[in-house]
Write a protein that binds this ligand. Sequence first.
Ligand code: FE2
Length: 490
Amino acid sequence: MTYPRRRSARAWRAGGHDPAVRADDGRRLSTGPHGPEGIPTMSDEVQALADELEAVWRRSDALFEGIQPEAFLARPIPQRHPFLYYLGHLPAFAWDQVCRGLLARGASSRPEFDDLFARRENPDLAGLDTDRVACHDWPRVEEVLAWRDEVRDAVRGALDEVRALGDAHVMSSRGRVLHLVIEHESLHHETLLHLAARLDGALKRPQATRPAPSFAQGVEPRQILVPAGRATLGAAFEEQAFGWDHEFPAEVVDVPAFRMDRTPVMTGEFFEFVDAGGYTDRSFWTAGDWRWREAVGLEHPVAWRRDGGEWWYRGLLEDLPLTRVFDWPAYVSQAEAQAYLAWRGRRLPTEAEFHRAAYGTPDGAERRHPWGDAPAESRHGNFDWAHWSPVPVGSHPDGASAFGLLELVGNGWEWTRSTLAPRKGFRPYMPDLRHVSTEAFEAEPVVRLGASWATPRRLLRRSYRRWSARRDPYVFAKFRGVVPAEEPTA
Ligand SMILES: [Fe+2]
């Protein structure tokens, strides 16, 4: 496989091609989708991305509007930055990728913001190194908002240049840099939701668009045999308009037969583990996980709280009696998921087993989605903000895989036991994003697949891999167990 040759915009201009269309005084003329007559306009592809970018910015704005102004410096999760960091981080990333990286414009109008908001964003949760994310001199919210709007205008104004660069640069080709900014923004929406969920109720503001949560009964757990077969992990670079480094190239693997839980573990099932003393019996935990559990004083999932004899679930906007959400999937860290499965005599699936279960078929063909090749619709699963919440397990039978497994995609990411590793033949094409490719491999995070309720449709592509520290409990991630194929069905 060969990637298009990377060539900087500066080098491109040095060749005598200035993609920016400017008046004699240097002002840009073509800042919108329709330039003056005779000037190339944006292709439909870039226009569609421009519209998507505006939509994802509106979603970011709605999330920040969901908290009171005085909450911007609150740190409801000590190992994460305050909200203000993310308010600045999103435009900082957009500037860095589009204006500095691709168009070689250098620093933004606030170089100190470029630096401040590019700091390491995912501190080591295992080490609880909160100093690394500390900052004692944050700028005012109004200043950051003004800069954010300026950056957004700059990105809007750069769209014609991105289009004009075309295939001269791997990140302008097919509008990749815009895909990147859109997906980065979407991925941080989950970060913001976790912070909001942990915020004191008085600091939240109602979200007008949020539907009422659903409490219908889940489905009976059972296991399903997935016969041996092949699974294609990743994708060929040329096959899709965009993917992150670690999605490429495609790799075909043979997967032995196994049995898998038809549905993810429900909150009520996980409660049985807590109630049976699962968090006080070290035999279910690895030595490292046990030390971590003791160090942070974890006695139950972080989304739960105990008030006297009453158990509560910490929802996005309000706390709910835990029993009301017993049929929702249990959201826990990978370490807690593994302890639960050790208690039940099961283990997590590998990345390849998940792919075989979700996208494979009995006849060996592979599908784009668990339900087939049809585009994702709300009847297929709980994703793309359909509910703003988990829903009872088994609510989307139309999303079943060819083997009859339910909600592998939607209603929460699914933990695998696989460490994030490069695909065979891996070659990063995003040189400015080593922390999400080669450096990420070094940290040995674990892969989670599928989608959460807050995952946009564009991320439902089969090659997409999300990853986390295995002891990070602040993820919308559920899990299910597998056992050897020969074991009798539970
Ligand atoms: Fe980020």
